[in-house]
Write a protein that binds this ligand. Structure first.
Ligand SMILES: Cc1cc2nc3c(=O)[nH]c(=O)nc-3n(C[C@H](O)[C@H](O)[C@H](O)COP(=O)(O)OP(=O)(O)OC[C@H]3O[C@@H](n4cnc5c(N)ncnc54)[C@H](O)[C@@H]3O)c2cc1C
Length: 388
């Protein structure tokens, strides 16, 4: 919406079809258990005031591409010239026996585990990334923050991270991976490259090798594609798009974000796709511009918790040698979801920018070719959750 508005002003009418009247900005939910931040909720009427956007509270159910109409859950039929599908992915628990960090109840669950550790009932806390389509970053943040929390409160519990990735934050490439590896070492988080299968009392069963000792396991959710009737899907159910984010097949249909078949399901990537799609929409509807193709740039702000007392001077740089910052959008303010338009817009509406006060963050940029290399062509390529 912000991109369309910037490109076409009031020449293109925009309608927003959304099941909720609010917009949940949840990346800071990982900081909630440690009292270092909070998920942020925006009310759409306030966010959209004066922007001329027609908001319809309902859900997209089916697309009739021939008639250029969508059908909604409440039975409405709406016509369109261009349809941009941004319905995201559904989160599914994938590790039996583990607490899944999935919805708004998850921070309280993790807080309960931290209290159990403080009371001596948990000695080994494990954070696990399941196989398949997963954005693995939050597991690193949770593990680092838990370890910092234990050090700060002198709780004698250990923290481990289990992930199918061959090395830490593999999708970012060599330098960021080495920086995170160093941070895990400094914070005494044990790193295991293994595919978790299920949590049992006292252990985490993995596909490769011996079980990993665990008194409690917190797992990330697997991402699955919601089905929208009338649209094509790839073998995993996601929407196949071309380099302008046009959905393969139906004319006038575009997609951005987690619902697309691009394997990295990350907010920064979603905002880049949204900008690309907006340019293609505007050009296809007659605006005078040359739409740019999708050239993904992977950026992450990794929350690592408060610096423990004995590590006050820790400095870890994650920036890749050839930083891609200049290729992308403006970097102000540093945000959990990097977006040239979204970041400043949300900051102006009160979103917390950068790391919450007291928390230490690692800024990571991937080398462009590490991100664009097709999946499966090397260890630095986009591996959704690593091995399957
Ligand atoms: C715990 C956690 C922490 C994360 N932290 C970060 C981070 O720090 N930085 C980062 O870049 N990424 C992060 N991510 C990933 C990021 O949240 C997603 O990649 C990003 O939100 C994807 O954006 P999206 O717009 O595609 O989908 P979503 O953010 O999921 O938005 C989809 C929207 O579509 C709506 N919708 C769903 N179905 C329908 C329908 N049928 N009709 C109409 N509307 C519908 C939903 O209500 C929702 O508002 C994190 C993910 C998790 C799970």
């Amino acid at each position: 919406m912000l991109a369309i508005e910037e490109i076409a002003g009031a020449r293109l009418g925009v309608a927003l079809l959304t099941p909720h009247s609010h917009f949940e900005y949840s990346p800071l939910s990982v900081a909630e258990p440690f009292d270092l931040g909070k998920a942020h909720r925006f009310e759409l009427p306030e966010l959209l005031e004066g922007r001329g956007v027609k908001t319809i509270i309902d859900a997209l159910e089916a697309v009739d591409a021939e008639r250029r109409e969508v059908h909604t859950a409440d039975g409405l039929t709406l016509g369109y010239d261009a349809l941009l599908v941004t319905v995201g992915a559904r989160r599914r628990s994938a590790l039996p026996g583990a607490v899944t960090f999935s919805d708004s109840r998850a921070p309280a669950e993790v807080q309960r585990l931290l209290r159990s550790a403080a009371a001596g009932r948990i000695e080994r806390l494990v954070f696990a990334v399941p196989p398949g389509m997963v954005w693995a970053f939050p597991a690193y943040e949770l593990a680092l923050m838990a370890s910092a929390h234990f050090a700060e409160h002198e709780i004698p519990a250990s923290v481990a991270l289990v992930t199918p990735e061959p090395r830490p934050v593999d999708a970012f490439g060599d330098r960021p991976s080495a920086a995170v590896e160093e941070m895990l070492r400094l914070r005494r988080v044990a790193f295991h490259s293994a595919t978790p299968v299920r949590a049992e009392p006292g252990q985490l069963i993995v596909e490769e090798g011996e079980p990993i000792p665990a008194d409690a396991v917190v797992a990330l959710p697997q991402l699955v594609a919601p089905q929208i009737a009338g649209l094509p899907r790839d073998e995993l159910g996601f929407l196949p798009v071309d380099e302008h984010c046009r959905v393969d097949g139906p004319p006038g249909v575009y997609a951005a974000g987690d619902i697309t078949s691009f394997p990295l399901k990350q907010g920064g990537i979603a905002t880049q796709q949204a900008g690309v799609a907006a340019e293609a929409v505007a050009a296809d509807l007659g605006e005078d511009l040359h739409p740019q193709p999708f050239r993904p740039v992977l950026r992450g702000l990794l929350l690592t918790g408060r610096a423990p007392r004995h590590l006050r001077a820790e400095v870890v740089r994650g920036r890749a040698e050839r930083s891609t910052a200049e290729e992308g959008a403006t970097r102000w303010p540093p945000a959990k979801i990097a977006g040239g338009r979204l970041g400043p817009f949300l900051a102006l509406h009160g979103a917390p920018g950068g790391a919450p006060p007291g928390a230490v963050a690692l800024e990571l940029d991937a080398v462009a070719e590490a991100v664009t290399r097709p999946a499966g062509t090397g260890s630095s390529g986009p591996q959704p959750g690593g091995r399957r």
